[in-house]
Design a protein around this ligand. Structure first.
Ligand SMILES: Nc1ncnc2c1ncn2[C@@H]1O[C@H](COP(=O)(O)OP(=O)(O)OP(=O)(O)O)[C@@H](O)[C@H]1O
Ligand SMILES: [Mg+2]
Length: 379
């Protein structure tokens, strides 16, 4: 049985990685601002002190939760660990540290794959655990919950997300499409009669959308994003170096030296893995050029999908995109020189969102803060 991805999202990163640090910094700073106009913000009523409503970005790689009072309160990998009897042990950062290092009594599960919830039960446990962990500090209930969902999901999947959120304690659940949330999060005026193109490259899906007048004019959801780039790196070393490396190592390589176009100064690093021929651990030296080549086919597919979307945009909106360019969000936007590579192919200006990993939750949280102002974008 499988459900949708975006109910509550998490992140997959090891402590030394840049994006992990960025997300942690966001949590520490309790960022509530999102660069969007705070219009029609409702004044707090007398009884509102008993409530702390939340916004959730449930991602394939990372889950982020933002609360109305406290800003971003959780940003952790979307992963959960179970014991041999199937009881949840821990989730998020703690479970990520165990990932691929477990013995037979512990199993780690990433409940979301390719942007959908592939393991419903594990997802529910993870979501509940995350919400419980943030609510521990509040002593207040959640009345409203805004959750972002991939634009391409079915009505049945939407309903499943809603039900899970209600099971997790929400009285009223609103859903917002992920590219819309990303656009709001990066500060675009989604109500204006102006075409904005946003490309959100997450862990499991790349969402490409053109937004105008509070609606999604065109959308394409491609099940190919950061996780695939990581897999490409694993496959490259297995095929060409007989070296087996784990997902976390490959992700670290991608974040540290991955690029989409040549760098001013190419980089090098050491890579540890297991020699597939003699089974012995070994270290090899690798370059950013090699990693770029390993990921190039998948990166080209993302760019091709963007081109395909551009071809389908109505002409007046194309003109807007020509003037304003394309905005990149999601962790994939952090791949070095991806913006340059897209400009090279499309001839359009490309902007990387500030803190692209938190763009979606900031947008979702802006919707929660201004439900009246954003009523046209929720369902
Ligand atoms: N500095 C970086 N360089 C390259 N990739 C990065 C970097 N930081 C994060 N990523 C990648 O970004 C992806 C996670 O991005 P994000 O948190 O936006 O995804 P998600 O919202 O969980 O996934 P989805 O939206 O597909 O469900 C991971 O694949 C991660 O490896
Ligand atoms: Mg996402």
């Amino acid at each position: 049985m499988f459900l949708i991805k975006h109910m509550f999202n998490f992140s997959i990163v090891t402590p030394p990685l840049n994006h992990r640090k960025m997300k942690e910094a966001a949590v520490q700073n309790n960022q509530k601002s999102n660069g969007t106009p705070q219009k029609n913000e409702k004044k707090e009523g007398l009884f509102d002190i008993f409530y702390n409503d939340i916004a959730i970005d449930l991602g394939t790689a990372n889950t982020l939760i933002s609360s109305k009072r406290n800003g971003i309160v959780l940003s952790e990998p979307s992963i959960i660990a179970f014991d041999s009897k199937g009881a949840p042990l821990c989730f998020g950062n703690e479970a990520y540290l165990m990932h691929e290092k477990t013995h037979k009594n512990i199993k780690t599960v990433r409940p979301l794959r390719d942007g959908v919830i592939a393991d419903f039960e594990a997802a529910e446990h993870m979501i509940r655990g995350m919400i419980k962990s943030v609510k521990k500090k509040w002593y207040s209930t959640t009345r409203q919950m805004v959750i972002c969902v991939p634009s391409g999901i079915t009505q049945v999947e939407r309903q499943a997300v809603r039900v899970s959120a209600e099971n997790a304690g929400a009285k009223v659940v609103y859903l917002v499409d992920e590219p819309m949330a990303a656009a709001i999060g990066v500060g675009l005026d989604v109500h204006a009669p102006i075409g904005h193109m946003i490309v959100d490259i997450g862990g499991g899906t790349t969402e490409i959308a053109v937004i105008s007048l509070s609606g999604i004019v065109h959308t394409q959801s491609v099940r190919l994003a950061g996780d695939r780039f990581t897999e490409d790196i694993i496959n490259h070393f297995r095929r060409n170096h007989n070296l087996l490396i784990g997902e976390r190592t490959a992700e670290k390589v991608k974040c540290e030296i991955g690029s989409a176009a040549p760098l001013d100064e190419e980089m090098e690093m050491n890579l540890k893995g297991r020699d597939l021929v003699n089974g012995i651990p070994k270290t090899i030296s690798i370059t950013s050029r090699e990693i770029r080549e390993a990921m190039s086919l998948s990166i080209d597919s993302v760019i091709e999908a963007t081109m395909k979307s551009l071809e389908q945009v109505p002409p007046e909106l194309s003109a807007d995109i020509l003037d304003r360019g394309i905005t990149l969000a999601g962790g994939g936007a952090l791949i070095r020189n991806l913006d340059h590579r897209i400009t090279e192919v499309t001839d359009l200006p490309v902007h990387i969102a500030d803190d692209p990993l938190t763009a979606v939750v900031r947008g979702t949280s802006a919707v929660l803060d201004n439900l009246e102002y954003y009523k046209a974008v929720v369902s």
